[in-house]
Design a protein around this ligand. Sequence first.
Ligand code: DLL
Length: 442
Amino acid sequence: MTQETVASTSDAVLDREETISRDELEALQLSRLQHTVAYAYDRVPLYKRKFDEAGVHPTDLRELSDLGKFPFTTKEDLRLEYPFGMFAVPQHEVARIHASSGTTGRATVVGYTKKDLADWAKLVARSLRASGVRPGMKVHNAYGYGLFTGGMGAHAGAEALGCTVIPISGGQTERQITLIQDFKPDAILATPTYLLTIADAMIKQGIDPASTSLKYAVLGAEPWTEEMRHELEVTMNLKACDIYGLSEVMGPGVAGEAVETQDGSHIWEDHFRPEIIDAFDPSVVLGDGEPGELVFTSLTKEALPIIRYRTKDLTRLLPGTARPAHRRMGRITGRSDDMIILRGVNLFPSQIEEIALRIPELSPHFQLELTRPEGHRMDQMTVKIERRDTVTIESGAAAAKVLQQQIKIHVGSSCMVDVVEPGSLERSNGKLRRIYDMRPKG
Ligand code: DLL
């Protein structure tokens, strides 16, 4: 892989695109965007059909804001084109395929040319480097390998950066701990809730999670909060940074967080053009700083160019800091399809995480149960949360009351809180399921 690089002010060598001016970046975006829409229109029947139906043509894209005239792409589009209808290159040029698990219907399939894989590795390498990982470090990769993009995507990026990769994948927590103790990795790549599982299991084995060799954690694939960052950093004595991505757009490494600022992931805008739209009225493109749904257009992808993909992730765009030309994304508050509507109040599991972790007696292990009791028209939410193991049942019960009040104050919903025994709730192996919806269907 050829990578044009320049020296940075810190100890790392950055890609040239990380240091260019916003003007230069936007000029690059425009030319890449013009190429991508024409390329998608010419090669993917779905895009030709959608553009024609919307009455737009690739030549209508004269400036960046013209992107708003183009139709969106959704997960449903990818499902309907299952398996390979979205591919813009013949199958023999597709070097790798990944797919989502398809919990709610058909899997969504994505493909990569050799160049796409090289770009992906470069962007994951860039993200890891931003988060403090350096060539020569040992990297314990606990993202799941397989069709999920996390494992292989993070793996290739760590290799491209020049690290020694330990491809352990997710699960087998005891074994993870043994290898962390024996191989002494500098960095760990995992979902935040799986890192929590590892830390928790260490404590059970009498190992102090703060005593390991780990100095950096690069965490993503699910929403997490500043409170969770604090919890993990203190428990494990390391620096934890965010990495964001989604398979339809590439996989991990669409955006990555800088360790020196820890203020949200920088979207690598030389490869992706982000927009924020009003989730309820998608025709409205919102300005920087305004919360809404994140939309991405790929700028360099060959096998699966993606135009205005609606991620369903809710966040906002913020100005670049550590990488000034590349805007940051705020923390993902949740996905629009994970939003709980409880008696008219919208809420996300991340809000509960934020509130619960401010109560010292409560642990980060919680689940949300939604029920509609017999004869009731109203839904009920029960927060099942473990008390910390140093806390008595009585103190746990008092903390439950505090949590209930705080949720009422900050979220505006009344709910039940059930403080349970430490270790009694299911632990994460990757992406953790927080919501258990037991309401009658229909
Ligand atoms: O989760 C890719 C990934 C792997 C990202 C490893 C980071 C690390 P998908 O399985 O397609 O891909 O799921 C994508 O996960 O739309 C978000 O809802 C969520 N997500 C990913 N990263 C973050 C993050 C991978 N840092 C979906 N914060 C996305 C919050 C995230 N949510």
